[in-house]
Ligand binder design. Sequence first.
Ligand SMILES: [Zn+2]
Length: 112
Amino acid sequence: MDTILGQVLRDAVWERLDVLSELANRADAPSLLSVARSELPRLTAGWRTLLTAHEPDERGNCPECSTWLRQRKAPCAVWRSAYEHLVAGGLAPRPARHLRPAQQLRRAAPVP
Ligand SMILES: [Zn+2]
């Protein structure tokens, strides 16, 4: 990929991320729900594709990040970044209700 095409590609990705961030910050609830339904599957599919390419080989090295001169042990930077953003960050699933401390559990709102 030449330099200009690479820059166009990177700019398009940054722009898309900016649009999604703007929507997350400013869109009304129905628009946000619509965007979430269309974009979350695309984002998760993208992560899955990326992470599949970075799965360790039989020697425990990342085939994408390794070169013939230097092998990169798994988890590589891509997997560490995925963990940081998807598990340790805000997208981490909440623990099951029975595993949460009692003070974190909210009372159910009374039904009017
Ligand atoms: Zn890798």
